[in-house]
Design a protein around this ligand. Structure first.
Ligand SMILES: [Zn+2]
Length: 204
């Protein structure tokens, strides 16, 4: 649930970012990160092993969820893990230039963007203008849901439907169709992250 109070002021937040980066540079990061030699090696170039399209939600950081290090994941994060011109361009870059073979669209339980899209669909709830534009990418995913489900089950179903919708839209792009027709080993898969358990459920 979004709070109406900020966690801290902008100046405090900037100070936290600077202090965190200083810990990182000193090799005293709270989370295991990388050695200086690995940073120097990665500075020469990247070869991530997978591309993840995830949500901006602060509770779902892909690198931590997948215990992946620097240089291992190419990540796009946008509220509701939706598509859009810049996101499609980023994904195309991952395929064409970084040659990642695996693309994961990862939604998560309790997604605020999906919840807002549901409220719009079921109750005509309105959001600020640019959020409305974002939600338009989610609304078509909600067409086949059963609105009589209990609220939590409905949101879970909507989260999964939104992931499947994004995956199906990607499959329909000329680039993905061409790669699959050419027998490319590229794989595109959906996933849902469970907030409480930390488990990622892949939608095989
Ligand atoms: Zn979300």
């Amino acid at each position: 649930m979004a709070s109406t109070q900020p966690a801290c002021t902008a100046d405090e937040a900037l100070a936290r970012l600077k202090a965190g980066n200083a810990r990182f540079v000193r090799g005293e990061a709270r989370f295991p990160t990388v050695q200086k030699e690995i940073l120097a090696d990665l500075a020469k170039g990247q070869q991530p092993y997978a591309t993840i399209l995830g949500c901006s939600d602060s509770r779902v950081p892909p690198e931590l969820v997948f215990d992946a290090g620097f240089g291992e994941l190419f990540v796009v994060r946008v509220a509701g893990n939706v598509l859009g011109p810049s996101i499609l361009g980023t994904l195309q870059y991952a395929g064409a230039h970084l040659h990642t073979q695996l693309f994961v669209v990862m939604g998560h339980e309790g997604c605020g963007a999906v919840s807002a899209a549901l409220a719009s669909r079921l109750r005509g709830a309105r959001q600020k203008s640019r959020i409305e534009v974002l939600l338009r990418n989610i609304l078509p995913a909600l067409d086949d849901l059963d609105p009589t489900l209990p609220a939590d089950e409905l949101l879970s179903a909507a989260v999964e439907a939104n992931v499947r919708w994004t995956v199906s839209r990607l499959r329909e792009t000329p680039e993905v169709k061409a790669r699959q027709a050419s027998g490319s080993a590229m794989r595109l898969i959906g996933a849902v992250y469970e907030l409480r358990s930390g488990r990622v459920r892949f939608l095989e």
